[in-house]
Design a protein around this ligand. Structure first.
Ligand SMILES: *[C@@H]1O[C@H](CO)[C@@H](O)[C@H](O)[C@H]1NC(C)=O
Ligand SMILES: *[C@@H]1O[C@H](CO)[C@@H](O)[C@H](O)[C@H]1NC(C)=O
Ligand SMILES: *[C@@H]1O[C@H](CO)[C@@H](O)[C@H](O)[C@H]1NC(C)=O
Ligand SMILES: *[C@@H]1O[C@H](CO)[C@@H](O)[C@H](O)[C@H]1NC(C)=O
Ligand SMILES: *[C@@H]1O[C@H](CO)[C@@H](O)[C@H](O)[C@H]1NC(C)=O
Ligand SMILES: *[C@@H]1O[C@H](CO)[C@@H](O)[C@H](O)[C@H]1NC(C)=O
Ligand SMILES: *[C@@H]1O[C@H](CO)[C@@H](O)[C@H](O)[C@H]1NC(C)=O
Ligand SMILES: *[C@@H]1O[C@H](CO)[C@@H](O)[C@H](O)[C@H]1NC(C)=O
Ligand SMILES: *[C@@H]1O[C@H](CO)[C@@H](O)[C@H](O)[C@H]1NC(C)=O
Ligand SMILES: *[C@@H]1O[C@H](CO)[C@@H](O)[C@H](O)[C@H]1NC(C)=O
Length: 877
């Protein structure tokens, strides 16, 4: 982390209470943020997040019963210090993984290892680099989602990782320039939700805990954390201000799917939501996630996203990452402070028991008790021998066993990336047949990074072919197959293939293009996490242009060659206006961020071994402004939090284009094939379902699994333990609590948030009842079928898509609700079938705080993209 803003951070209980309780109305009934479903912007302007306490304790419902029982049995054996150990990270670079909590040596229990990333393993050798989330989304293939998750899970398992820090559904991709959009799947909540659920299942079936992140509304990199900026001085974290309806119908939707799929952990985000830090936002964590969504796993903080001790305990945080207040500060909001807050009676021990029970339940839920192997790599060095504690530089030992965990995953990576490639334009030149007389390849994006595939820290550069973005959401490449080498391998002896990979060698480019019978131009656009700036882009993209002057490259080649094929590797949509209509540009492909098999997978599509069937998981528009509000690049509020009002509501990506009647260049869901498909014969069948019953009644009281001594003398440093510099332990340094806390405000009198310590049975939430929400939301109300015919001459795959118009004034023109990827032989037909659930036809009602089926005319559409919907029918309830 590049920022240091410790002095400001709301650190103690006093600040926390001010932020969470006294400043706000004294009630435990949440007032939904923003008020009602026609929330005018003025209400977002002074957005605040209402308090909700106590933090719900897990109850083992929804398939978690056995894990819950095992976790409780484990926690019952633990001492207070051991429990604290399992909740608090040991500090940045304190152990082998990017995050590690303390251990329980007495029971032979090693501390849990948390490791990046959502597309593979960061900081390790002999691992696979999978296609990025936003690329696999383009496959629209549930099997590919699951397989990728499963194989990533196996690799993490083989390295000894307990928690894979992924998948991502926040950012969802509100604005295409958001730096980390590519880590997630799609700005459509249903595509994202289906992808995240399958990925979570895959990772966890492999015996590793998934961490779905970042919760929530972390939609841009600029100002995501409080920090000191060279240009602006101190600026507090941005506040994403959202109304209740938009939260439920868009941003929360895929998180609900992840919870329903059993995600063992969720990471709270850096930003504020409605002016309350996400990791101490009691409304989002207690009411929404653990209450309404019935989340059974644990919430961990993003790295240094925790800004308080007691307040975050009450607001539902369960694990502090990486444990220190700031990287290697030697201090912690938890650790000794958590021990103190329990023994001084501020935080009830049941809250700590719940934290640890959730952590251990996730452990048992995915079967880590049988899947676990010791960690056998080290994030901070690829050397075989080195320091166990990298920051302190102590414990020289065997740190990397170079375990090759890749198996044959390269095969599915290649096939998944090819299946995720989207054919946007084809005047008939594709597929190539390998008998081209003269093939020319252009672009820095076709070739190697001169610094090597891992030559730029966290991939923070745009040199050579782009196959993942930059930041913590990356993996090391064992190798990266470039497009140029794959294309050369396609061409039998005697054919001509030449390349120019310097985008600025203008005369050589035009000279080569003139000779070519086919020119393949590779261009890209990159983005990443905000702690690295590449070419002036501080994580978020500054614009939607191609990088490395890609437009000039395409102009130069297509000006000299009437058969120019453009391949785009990018993190999201880019501006195509300068070339997509040019007749010399005979084909365009979007290949996303394909991972290590990049070259082979694009060659599979170019040379026709794979008939493209990918569809866009976002919209290609003419310019950035068409997508809605811009990102906030400069402080708007002095040193206080920039106020990012999500005024556009649910209208992002295609929903914005549809609402505002803007023609996209290539719409959401669009993608061509080497064959063609026809849609016919829509049949909608009502399915009888019971009524929607709000959940009622009360929970059990908070289970109390321990009753620890309150004497500070019992928690002192063990005489025989050697202190590792900057490491976070649970022990007290002094028998004087004030001294042990090292907090000037220790013991200050504060008003606790109303209800925070109340462990008595609590009312259940009407829209809740099971992980993911009220189970009746998944009742099937209709089944839909349609006939899809391959009326071309080659076998192909078609993603048939089902959209619904909910019919209200505030509803999208159409919203994706289901899809299936079908393989169809030429001349054959197949039947597309899809369910429509109660959730699919409901709106969030802010008054009743529940989902309702509004009394509007609802229409179902089936077709090939969000704008090609030849079949439709009115739904009759
Ligand atoms: C909150 O309300 C309850 C009863 O409604 C009252 O007992 C309590 O003192 C109030 N707390 C604050 C901080 O106003
Ligand atoms: C919703 O907001 C509008 C505009 O502020 C207001 O007129 C209306 O009374 C509100 N409805 C409810 C149910 O709060
Ligand atoms: C807490 O974890 C640390 C680091 O793994 C370990 O050295 C220490 O013994 C643990 N403390 C207890 C009480 O288990
Ligand atoms: C306890 O937390 C406070 C902030 O609330 C911090 O200033 C202090 O250093 C912490 N103490 C320890 C021992 O980590
Ligand atoms: C690496 O890429 C940057 C732009 O991101 C460019 O300025 C630089 O010249 C490139 N270096 C090499 C060696 O390709
Ligand atoms: C298309 O390519 C031909 C060369 O084959 C060139 O003469 C012509 O100017 C190009 N057209 C455009 C619009 O660039
Ligand atoms: C390009 O121009 C050549 C020569 O005029 C012609 O034979 C060929 O068919 C053209 N190719 C395309 C794809 O239009
Ligand atoms: C440290 O001392 C305690 C108490 O005597 C003992 O239980 C523990 O095993 C010792 N730990 C080590 C690492 O020697
Ligand atoms: C606790 O004590 C150890 C050993 O004396 C010391 O090195 C360390 O700095 C102290 N930690 C804190 C948080 O005060
Ligand atoms: C209890 O401990 C916490 C954590 O160190 C501290 O913030 C708080 O002020 C303490 N409260 C009392 C009443 O001593």
């Amino acid at each position: 982390m590049l920022w240091r803003a410790q002095a400001f951070l709301a650190s103690g209980l006093a600040a926390a209470a001010a932020a969470q309780s006294t400043a706000y109305p004294n009630n435990t009934t949440p007032t939904p943020p923003g008020g009602n479903n026609t929330t005018p912007p003025s209400e977002l302007k002074d957005a605040f997040s209402p308090p909700f306490y106590p933090s719900p304790w897990m109850d083992g419902s929804g398939g978690w019963e056995s894990a819950y029982q095992k976790a409780q049995a484990f926690v019952r054996q633990l001492t207070l210090l051991e429990k604290v150990n399992l909740t608090t990270g040991v500090g940045w670079e304190g152990e082998a993984c990017v995050g590690n909590v303390g251990s329980v040596p007495r029971l032979g229990f090693a501390g849990l290892c948390m490791q990046d990333s959502p597309l593979g393993i960061r900081f390790a050798d002999y691992v696979s680099a999978f296609p990025a989330g936003g690329t696999i989304a383009a496959s629209w293939d549930r099997g590919a989602f699951y397989q990728r998750g499963y194989q990533m899970g196996l690799e993490h398992r083989g390295k000894g990782v307990d928690v894979q820090l992924g998948p991502v559904v926040g950012p969802i991709g509100r604005n295409p320039k958001g730096g980390r959009n590519w880590e997630g799947f799609s700005p459509d909540p249903v595509l994202s939700g289906i992808a995240v659920a399958a990925t979570v299942k895959g990772i966890q079936d492999a015996g590793v805990i998934a961490c779905t992140k970042h919760y929530i509304l972390n939609e841009q990199e600029h100002f995501r954390q409080p920090g000191n900026f060279e240009d602006f001085g101190f600026v507090d974290a941005i506040s994403s201000n959202i109304d209740d309806k938009t939260l439920h119908e868009l941003y929360l939707w895929p998180f609900a799917d992840a919870v329903r799929a059993g995600t063992g952990s969720i990471m709270c985000s850096y930003n504020k939501v409605n002016n309350s830090q996400a990791c101490q936002n009691s409304y989002l964590q207690n009411y929404i996630l653990k209450g309404e969504l019935g989340f059974q796993g644990f919430i961990m903080s993003d790295w240094d996203a925790q800004h308080s001790g007691v307040a975050s305990s009450f607001a539902g945080l369960d694990m502090s990452m990486p444990g220190d207040t700031d990287f290697d500060s030697t201090y912690s909001f938890w650790g000794p402070n958590l021990t103190l807050s329990i023994i001084n009676g501020t935080v009830p021990e049941w809250r700590l028991d719940d934290m640890v029970t959730r952590i251990m339940a996730a452990y048992y839920f995915v079967g880590r008790d049988t899947a676990r192997v010791p960690v056998n790599f080290n994030s901070w060095s690829l050397d075989t021998y080195g320091y166990q504690h990298a920051f302190a530089q102590v414990g020289y030992t065997l740190i990397n066993q170079h375990v090759d965990v890749r198996d044959e995953h390269a095969l599915s990576i290649r096939s998944a990336a090819a299946r995720s490639t989207v054919l946007l334009k084809n005047s008939g030149v594709l597929p190539l047949n390998g008998r081209e007389k003269f093939t020319a390849v252009f672009g820095d994006d076709a070739t190697e990074n001169p610094y090597g595939p891992n030559g730029c820290p966290d991939h923070g550069c745009d040199n050579g072919t782009l196959a993942m973005g930059w930041g913590s959401g990356t993996a090391f490449y064992a190798y990266l197959v470039t497009p140029l080498e794959a294309i050369k391998n396609e061409l039998p002896l005697g054919r001509v293939v030449q390349s120019v990979t310097d985008n600025y060698a203008y005369s050589q480019i035009s000279a080569l293009a003139k000779q070519a019978s086919v020119s393949l131009v590779f261009v890209n656009a990159d983005s990443g996490e905000g702690y690295i700036t590449v070419d002036g882009n501080a994580g978020d993209r500054n614009n939607m242009s191609l990088w490395q002057d890609g437009d000039a490259l395409i102009r130069n080649v297509s000006g000299n060659c009437n058969n120019t094929i453009v391949v785009i590797h990018s993190v999201g949509p880019v501006e195509l206006g300068s070339f997509y209509q040019n007749k010399n540009v005979t084909a365009i492909l979007w290949a996303g961020l394909p991972g290590e098999q990049s070259g082979n997978s694009i060659a599979d599509v170019l040379y026709g071994r794979v008939n493209p069937g990918g569809k866009l998981p976002f919209t290609f528009g003419a310019e950035a402004s068409q997508y809605g509000p811009d990102l906030i690049y400069k402080p708007t509020n002095g040193h206080d939090s920039p106020q990012d009002n999500f005024e556009e509501g649910v209208f992002i990506d295609y929903r914005a284009f549809d609402k505002n009647n803007i023609d996209p260049i290539y719409e959401f869901g669009f993608g061509l094939s080497y064959t063609t498909f026809e849609y016919s014969n829509l049949v909608v069948t009502n399915v009888p379902a019971g009524p929607y019953t709000p959940t009622t009644g009360k929970t059990q009281a908070a289970p109390v699994l321990g009753n620890s001594s309150t004497d500070p003398a019992d928690y002192q440093w063990p005489a025989n333990l050697t202190y590792v510099n900057a490491y976070i332990y649970p022990y007290l340094n002094s028998t004087d609590p004030r001294e042990a806390s090292d907090d000037r405000e220790y013991g200050a009198e504060v008003t606790l948030p109303e209800g925070a310590t109340d462990g008595s049975p609590q009312p259940r939430i009407a829209a809740g009842g099971a992980p993911g929400g009220n189970p009746a939301l998944w009742d099937v109300l209709f089944t839909v079928s349609a006939t899809i015919t391959n009326n071309g001459t080659v076998a192909g795959e078609e993603v048939a898509q089902l959209y619904i118009s909910l019919g209200g004034d505030d509803d999208p023109v159409v919203a994706l609700r289901n899809f299936d990827r079908l393989s169809i032989q030429p001349g054959q037909s197949t039947t597309f079938t899809a369910d429509i659930t109660r959730r699919d036809v409901s709106n969030w009602d802010t008054t009743t705080q529940n989902w309702v089926i509004a009394n509007t005319t609802k229409t179902v559409y089936v077709g090939a993209s969000s704008r090609k919907l030849p079949l439709s029918a009115v739904l009759t309830f």
